[in-house]
Write a new protein. Structure first.
Lengths: 292, 337
């Protein structure tokens, strides 16, 4: 009996998901790109040899070749296959963006829920610090941090995380203020649970769910920002560089070999916009109005 | 609470923010960096320069004393000496600031002029096929890496069609107009020098469009969503029921109410403009604060990086204050609590 009820709820979810998916032609397309991006990056993380060739193999006979069947993204000034270089760079962007958003989500929900639930001086302290971080234009602070830490993938992750959590704290706090008034929280309080316990087991899970859609769309923003850091020379260092750095390297050849910069740039664009569509898809799917 | 008390309260709130911000830049440049003395003197300095810089900025003192000297320097206008150009950071920022201001103002004007009507159209055409191209345009504005459009425009208009210059603020043949605001377009106009003005405008077009593409997207999206929200309100239904022409309802009732949220987003837009300027100025070699940031970053010139961070933050803090005040002035229901 229990199982049957569970099953029908799941079936309902599936139906709503299919409905939402049909609303916009870009939802399924975005979902495909995002799933491909994530699964490819996961496989690459397990075994970087998945590409099959050395992305930094130079061949001076084929320098600055336009895109063709053997070189889908063309070649660079040292005759390296830019498609392989891009394939090698995509997982770097995936690693950075996923870890930054996950960390921001964790810190944000933890601090935001605490501030929102307890209020008073706790809230003033947390939100005061948050507001100071929010006063910085994100990229500028990230650049300063990354420059101080030195370039490299891990340091970009740290720099972006430092910049990225405050927005999540703000959102989580706002969300907590709503959740806090729900009857199940009053019930929990009435049954004598401690404040910390309520925050962890009742408030945080609920806030977390509503913020998932935002976080998903946000992965695209982090990819763009980390691309900018890579473009400024602060990202992963040669030979294994991220897409933003490839764009920068190709900039000198933009007149004669526009594909060098443009195709990795367009790849970044497609990935980022796909995350935005999947974020919208999730928002529509989680919208309670869908379940009436 | 009255407006005056509110303004004073907001101005006082800037003090803890400023202290927090400078504490953070201090920590970055004195604690996070692996070698603060090298960071302030520059990587390739001689032993004697390093010793001199360390003494001048008290870099061998305990941290709390260093912080005191750092803050005292900030207030005295001594923001350090650039490790690469060996000029005072503050005077360099003063030199580069007008260029960024000119570019940002141009971009903001373009994005408001295009963004608001597009948001209105998109809201009116909501759910119809006509809305799709607008949606596609602003979605791509949000998701495109800033350097992509910059490179595309440069490629098309400078290299293929040879219509507009690809870099700089003026042709080498044009004389720089006499300094009034530091914005070449304005200064040339004040001088009555039409050829230089036109040259400055030609140089401004591509970088301004690129920068505007970032902010246009958020302005359109916010205008659209607040139009849609306002259209559902009771007073709009009443206006329609009264038999007012739909044009009057849209422009006099809906748009005027919807615009207040657009104004508040302009504060956010300024943040986007400043961040975007770093990339756009680099691609178009526009000699403003953005390009200065990039060169300083590549050279690990910390006095400059920290100076720029402080200036950018101050600009953001003050724009937020101004937008908050504008919000109150536009919407009488907003109370200053």
């Amino acid at each position: 009996m229990q199982d049957q009820v569970q099953l029908s709820v799941f079936g309902e979810d599936l139906r709503i998901f299919k409905d939402v998916l049909r609303r916009n032609i870009f939802y399924p397309l975005g979902l495909i790109v995002v799933l491909a991006f994530l699964s490819y990056s996961a496989i690459f993380a397990l075994d970087p040899k998945i590409i099959g060739y050395n992305p930094n193999y130079t061949d001076l006979n084929v320098i600055l070749q336009p895109p063709s069947l053997s070189f889908p993204f063309g070649t660079d000034d040292l005759g390296r296959n830019l498609f392989l270089k891009a394939l090698n760079g995509v997982p770097i962007d995936a690693a950075i963006s996923l870890s930054v958003v996950l960390l921001a989500l964790l810190i944000g929900v933890l601090t935001g829920a605490t501030a929102g639930y307890f209020g008073g001086i706790v809230q003033q302290l947390i939100m005061g610090v948050t507001d100071i971080f929010l006063a910085f234009p994100g990229l500028v602070l990230a650049v300063a941090f990354a420059a101080a830490l030195g370039s490299g993938m891990i340091n970009v992750m740290i720099a972006l995380s430092v910049v990225w959590w405050p927005v999540y704290t703000r959102l989580a706090r706002g969300e907590t203020l709503t959740v806090k008034e729900q009857q199940y929280v009053t019930a929990a309080r009435a049954s004598g649970l401690s404040g910390l316990r309520i925050v962890i087991s009742h408030i945080m899970p609920n806030v977390f769910t509503t913020m998932i859609a935002y976080a998903t769309a946000d992965i695209g923003n982090v990819i763009l920002l980390s691309a900018v850091l890579g473009y400024l020379g602060l990202g992963a260092q040669p030979p294994n560089v991220d897409l933003g750095r490839i764009v920068y390297d190709g900039q000198n050849f933009i007149r004669f070999a526009p594909w060098y910069s443009l195709l990795p740039g367009v790849t970044l664009f497609i990935i980022a916009i796909s995350f935005a569509f999947v974020g919208d898809l999730l928002r529509d799917f989680l919208d309670p109005k869908m379940r009436v | 609470m009255g407006l005056v008390t509110y303004v004073i309260k907001r101005l006082l709130l800037i003090i803890p923010t400023f202290l927090g911000v400078t504490l953070l830049t201090f920590i970055i440049s004195h604690v996070v960096v692996s070698n603060p003395v090298l960071a302030w003197a520059g990587e390739k300095s001689s032993a004697s320069t390093i010793a001199a810089i360390a003494a001048q900025y008290h870099l061998n003192d305990p941290l709390y004393l260093q912080y005191y000297y750092y803050m005292a320097g900030l207030f005295r206008g001594d923001w350090g000496i650039s490790a690469t150009t060996h000029l005072p950071v503050l005077s360099q920022i003063e030199n580069f600031f007008p260029a960024t201001l000119e570019l940002s103002i141009a971009a903001l004007i373009i994005s408001v002029i295009i963004g608001i009507p597009m948001g209105v159209l998109s809201a009116m055409w909501n759910g119809r096929k006509l809305d799709y191209p607008i949606k596609a345009l602003y979605s791509s504005g949000i998701a495109s890496p800033p350097f992509l459009l910059a490179l595309l425009l440069q490629l098309l208009f400078s290299y293929y069609f040879n219509l507009l210059p690809s870099s700089g603020r003026l042709d080498p043949t044009s004389a720089v107009p006499r300094f009034v605001t530091g914005m070449y377009t304005v200064d040339a106009l004040l001088e009555g020098n039409l050829p230089v003005f036109l040259d400055a405008v030609r140089h401004l077009i591509l970088p301004a469009i690129t920068l505007a593409f970032l902010t246009f997207a958020i302005i359109t999206r916010i205008t659209r969503s607040s139009m849609l929200e306002t259209m559902e309100k009771d007073f709009v239904r009443t206006a329609k029921a009264k038999g007012l022409p739909s044009r009057t309802v849209t422009y006099k009732y809906v748009l005027r109410n919807a615009l207040t949220s657009t104004i508040t987003i302009i504060g956010l837009a300024v943040q986007f403009l400043l961040s975007g300027a770093i990339v756009v100025e680099t691609v178009f070699f526009w000699p403003g604060i953005g390009l200065y940031t990039t060169t300083a970053t590549l050279a690990l010139d910390f006095p400059s990086i920290m100076g720029v961070t402080v200036v950018f933050t101050l600009v953001v803090v003050f724009t937020n204050l101004v937008t908050d005040l504008a919000y109150g002035a536009l919407d009488p229901r907003v109370s200053y609590d």
